[in-house]
Design a protein around this ligand. Structure first.
Ligand SMILES: Cc1cc2nc3c(=O)[nH]c(=O)nc-3n(C[C@H](O)[C@H](O)[C@H](O)COP(=O)(O)OP(=O)(O)OC[C@H]3O[C@@H](n4cnc5c(N)ncnc54)[C@H](O)[C@@H]3O)c2cc1C
Length: 336
């Protein structure tokens, strides 16, 4: 009988891969289904212009990548991820030949680039939070909170600064350099600068720069995704590229009958994971296509799954079915 999956993740972008790794690290069996021909989503690198010139069409700098508690708990450097730190995380050129405002690793250098009238205001803004950055980031990234924050007082203090619109926060600055640079930080959220909590976004990007920089990944952002994918497959996860999920709510992964989390498989073991291109042999799940020979084979609830072909052996044992599910004994609930 084919083994059952604990989780199916749709999309092999950085978040999907991270979620899959987190599950696999805890012993859950996971498969990731990616519509494109390669992993990465918004963290990918492609030859878009001349041969040999590789570009990041989406994400390029990774202040939240290097600061991510999830990434920092993974041995991604063993899978080829290396961060490259530019001399300056960010600069904002100004008109009329004035020196650019810079976001430097050091608070002092950043403040100095804002000029004497705003240097003190910037220091007073960021310095109280910097020593507690890791705690603050964890609490900030957990918003909306599902549990007590690690440091409620710190988070409340940060909320006083970060919850109002960034346009309010920028009133602390008197001159263009600080306002321009801070606007650029906030603009990363792709929302109006006057939106609620946009001040917090600008603060997080500034604090991230001072804490660990805004690095690039050596080889491009694809290296992040490739490292996550390699780690995931070493943990036994399976990635299916060129496989679009239909998004059907009736598509569910087969549930495991065992209630015991499996320990992570050792690299290279027969049961360890793989990246498979399933196009042609394993069409994407589809609610409406009944001719499909792929993962979703329509409502056939009482029949045992068909034996997988050699070419899709990993895929076929893990794909979601469409349609009503048969009654199952011992549905697994997560206990950890
Ligand atoms: C222009 C731009 C620049 C950016 N720059 C930066 C930056 O410099 N630094 C930074 O940290 N962040 C940056 N970001 C944000 C960053 O790209 C995203 O936060 C990140 O990619 C989100 O990751 P994700 O895994 O949630 O989604 P995505 O990266 O979007 O990945 C989703 C994946 O799911 C797949 N998918 C979607 N639907 C299906 C389906 N039905 N079936 C199967 N697969 C499916 C997609 O093909 C894709 O591969 C930028 C974003 C944009 C738009």
């Amino acid at each position: 009988m084919p083994s059952m999956l604990d989780a199916v993740v749709v999309g092999a972008g950085p978040n999907g891969l991270t979620a899959a790794v987190e599950l696999a690290r805890r012993g859950f069996s996971v498969a990731v289904f990616e519509a494109r021909g390669s992993v990465g989503g918004g963290a990918r690198t492609e030859e878009l212009t001349l041969p040999g010139f590789r570009h990041d069409p989406c994400s390029a700098a990774h202040p939240l990548g290097i600061n991510s508690p999830a990434f920092r708990a993974m041995p991604l450097e063993r899978y080829g991820l290396a961060w490259l730190q530019p001399e300056l995380p960010m600069a904002h050129p100004l008109l009329d030949g004035r020196a650019a405002a810079v976001l430097a690793r050091s608070v002092a250098e950043t403040a100095a680039s804002f000029g004497p009238r705003d240097a003190g205001a910037y220091r007073r803004l960021v310095e109280p939070f910097l020593p507690h950055w890791d705690t603050l980031l964890r609490d900030f990234m957990s918003l909306p909170l599902t549990a007590l924050p690690r440091d409620p007082v710190l988070l409340a203090r940060f909320g006083l600064v970060g919850l109002p619109p960034s346009t309010w926060l920028m009133r602390r600055f008197r001159d263009d350099p600080a306002r321009a640079l801070f606007s650029g930080l906030v603009a990363h959220v792709i929302a109006p600068l006057g939106g609620l909590a946009t001040g917090g976004v600008g603060m997080v990007f500034a604090l991230a720069a001072h804490a660990r920089g805004w690095p690039l990944a050596r080889g491009g952002s694809q290296s992040i995704s490739d490292a996550l994918a390699a780690y995931l497959t070493d943990l036994g996860g399976i990635i299916h590229t060129t496989t679009r999920s239909s998004g059907s709510t009736t598509c569910r992964p087969p549930a495991r009958t065992s209630s015991t989390p499996r320990p992570p498989r050792s690299p290279g073991s027969p049961d360890s994971g793989a990246i498979t291109t399933t196009s042609g042999t394993a069409p994407p799940p589809s609610r409406s296509t009944t001719r499909s020979t792929g993962p979703c084979r329509g409502p056939r609830p009482r029949r045992a799954p068909r034996a997988p072909s050699r070419s899709v052996r990993a895929a076929a044992r893990s794909v979601p079915r469409c349609g009503p599910r048969p009654a199952r004994a011992g549905r697994r609930t997560r206990r950890s």
